[in-house]
Design a protein around this ligand. Structure first.
Ligand SMILES: NC(=O)c1ccc[n+]([C@@H]2O[C@H](COP(=O)([O-])OP(=O)(O)OC[C@H]3O[C@@H](n4cnc5c(N)ncnc54)[C@H](O)[C@@H]3O)[C@@H](O)[C@H]2O)c1
Length: 312
């Protein structure tokens, strides 16, 4: 017996990456699947979003496991498109039990130099897209008086990172939105939670813009970036996790095992969020003296020579 036998999972951004892994995991536990994806190509992104071929590959994977799979070429910024697809899923399957608002994009660049339309695009997909997804699907969960909504946030829902301000702002917002939905939909027996992945090996996190943004220089290599991934986790031997690792937590939120859990965000980050915050490479103006501890008032003499400078 599967943990999701007889249920229907609706997943945005389901063509590849974590969305595909979630769809495959749900199907392996007995659910029928509806996935939507394939936004128009964005000139603002340093990587390609999914294609119809990706969407069909996920559908083939689901069908090969014996479950049904509906696909929709739907942009999460398109409320009418989402509502029409949800309606189609309802007519075809007669129910929607689980909604995964997973679609997302990331754009790298200094905040003060970011064009408004680039900022807005990330907000529209990563924050407003969640609101629209829930607006389109929640009425069907409400009809049944139960269900589970899982929103994909990020460790960036609470932790900042340089050069992805729109992403950080959207993910902070997504966490807040999840909590409000948990309150409002709790009245209807619907649970709403968030999974917060850390570093996950998908096309979004494996391109030159990410390497450059993470290190703050242009010539960083993929190898350096991959090696540095080990500094990002607390658990021994971990680096970027797999999409399936995240799906293992999403299915817990989707299943009855979490039946009393709502309004919660779980980090899937190999302990990243408990790493002590210590800047091992602070920016110091070249030539400025290193600031010694000033304990002269306590009667201690300065311990660094006065002329100690950095970068000289
Ligand atoms: N990869 C990571 O390191 C990481 C870390 C934390 C959180 N996340 C989040 O995980 C989620 C899944 O990302 P992923 O890692 O699988 O990356 P991904 O790029 O492989 O998958 C994202 C999917 O969303 C789709 N998508 C993008 N914009 C869309 C739109 N407007 N409408 C419909 N679909 C759209 C893409 O086509 C793609 O299939 C995202 O919300 C992302 O922000 C990723």
């Amino acid at each position: 017996m599967g943990r999701l036998d007889g249920r229907v999972g609706f997943i945005t951004g389901g063509a590849r990456g974590q969305g595909r892994a979630i769809a495959a995991k749900f199907a392996s536990e007995g659910a029928d699947i509806a996935i939507c994806d394939v936004p128009p190509r964005s000139p603002n992104l340093a990587y390609e979003t999914a294609t119809e071929a990706d969407l069909e590959a996920t559908a083939a994977l689901i069908r090969s496991s014996g479950r049904r799979c509906l696909t929709g070429v739907v942009d999460v910024r398109d409320q009418e498109g989402l509502s029409a697809f949800a309606q189609q899923v309802w007519e075809e399957y007669g129910r929607i039990d689980i909604v995964c608002a997973n679609a997302g994009i990331v754009n790298w660049g200094p905040t003060l130099e970011m064009a408004e339309h680039v900022w807005q695009e990330v907000l529209d997909v990563n924050l407003t897209g969640i609101w629209k997804t829930v607006k389109a699907t929640a009425p069907y969960l409400i009809r049944r008086g139960e269900g589970s909504i899982v929103i994909t946030t990020s460790t960036n829902s609470v932790e900042p990172l340089r050069n992805i301000s729109a992403y950080v702002a959207a993910k902070h917002g997504a966490l807040g939105l999840m909590r409000v939905f948990a309150l409002e939909l709790g009245d209807h027996g619907i649970r709403v939670n968030a999974v917060a992945p850390g570093l996950v090996a998908t096309p979004m996190s494996d391109n030159q813009a990410v390497y450059r943004g993470t290190f703050g220089r242009d010539d960083v290599t993929r190898e350096e970036y991959i090696r540095a991934g080990h500094n990002w986790t607390a658990l021994k031997g971990r680096n970027a996790l797999s999409a399936a690792d995240v799906a293992d937590v999403v299915i817990w939120f989707a299943s009855d095992e979490s039946r009393h859990v709502t309004g919660v965000e779980i980090n899937v980050d190999a302990g990243h969020m408990v790493l002590p915050g210590y800047n091992t490479s602070p920016f110091v103006e070249p030539g400025l003296p290193i600031r010694d501890y000033d304990m002269t008032a306590l009667g201690h003499a300065p311990r660094l020579p006065n002329d100690t400078t950095r970068n000289d």
